[in-house]
Unconditional design. Structure first.
Length: 316
């Protein structure tokens, strides 16, 4: 199979039929063998009914329905797990991503040798204050922190070599950082393509300004995981050594001062240096304990399903 199109969605009943027909037209005109995997992330409208109807008319349509809303990352994870195409393409279900970009995205993977190609919505039709400015700030911070030189990390329109989606673990809200996850997994040939962005045709966006706050917090998380995820003691142990060194330094100073310089001065417990030494040594010990706990958790971790599937369509 040439292409798997993975589409996570939440309450997008108005756009699904039009999106399916558009994708099918592009695939058939280019003679691609394909599958379209819709992942219904707990929709409360008629989205699943429409997906079911499409699957009856078109055997290339497959559906996954979550028991409730688990989030876009979990939806992508489920779609990646089922995808069979040599190239996997993700897009949003709101018709803001253009299916006419699919052939070029496919070519960049199969002919140009990229592991992952991320879309860049250079000209956007979102509200400037609500999405554009926070998005630019977010993308700048992501570039500086991760070292991945992309203009638009959060663009839903991306193409992947099959091996990439089968070897990365998209969880929490890490869908924004899939290029970073791919780089950390060893897939460093990451490209970018300017793609056409379209104004939303139906409904309203499901994301608010709070997603950018979550995005920055996730950015800190992924920086930590990429640097110290497999060796937490390297971070916490280093911080512990620094704090203990400071604490022992103050303790040594107080001891020398008391024994040899001001033998009849104030009690050690009346001096602020005593409390600095005490607090830093306690904090240093806590850092060491955190490092040990991190190592223990890492070595005893078991994988656990992060979402529950209610229904599936057309998966053999």
């Amino acid at each position: 199979m040439n292409i798997s199109v993975v589409i996570p969605l939440l309450n997008e009943e108005e756009s699904l039929t039009e999106l399916h027909d558009w994708i099918a037209r592009v695939m058939q005109s280019n003679r691609f063998s394909y599958e379209i995997i819709f992942i219904d992330d707990g929709s409360t409208d008629g989205s699943w009914k429409i997906i079911s109807e499409l699957s009856l008319k078109d055997h290339n349509v497959k559906g996954i329905r979550f028991l409730r809303n688990f989030g876009k990352s979990q939806a992508l994870h489920a779609g990646f797990e089922k995808a069979q195409g040599d190239v996997v393409i993700t897009m949003d279900a709101d018709l803001q991503d253009n299916p006419d970009e699919i052939p070029e995205l496919y070519k960049m993977i199969t002919s140009d040798g990229f592991d992952l190609v991320s879309g860049w919505k250079k000209k956007r039709y979102d509200a400037v204050i609500k999405k554009n400015l926070p998005s630019k700030l977010f993308n700048w911070a992501a570039r500086k922190t991760s070292g991945v030189k992309l203009h638009d990390f959060n663009c839903g329109l991306k193409s992947y070599r099959k091996a990439v989606v089968k070897h990365i673990d998209v969880n929490g809200e890490m869908h924004r950082y899939i290029p970073v996850l791919a780089k950390n997994a060893g897939f460093s040939n990451i490209g970018e393509k300017v793609v056409k962005h379209q104004a939303r045709k139906y409904g309203e966006t499901k994301f608010g300004i709070d997603r950018f706050i979550h995005g920055f917090l996730d950015l800190i998380t992924i920086w930590f995981l990429s640097r110290f995820g497999k060796r937490p003691m390297h971070l916490f142990g280093a911080l512990g050594v620094i704090m203990l060194f400071i604490g022992f330094g103050f303790a040594l100073y107080l001891g020398v001062d008391k024994l040899f310089i001001h033998t009849k001065g104030r009690l050690i417990t009346q001096r602020p240096e005593f409390y600095i030494a005490l607090i830093t040594m306690v904090i240093g010990t806590q850092f060491f304990v955190a490092g040990f706990l991190g190592e223990l958790i890492l070595r005893n971790r078991t994988d656990k399903r992060r979402y529950l599937i209610k229904n599936e369509l057309n998966f053999s």
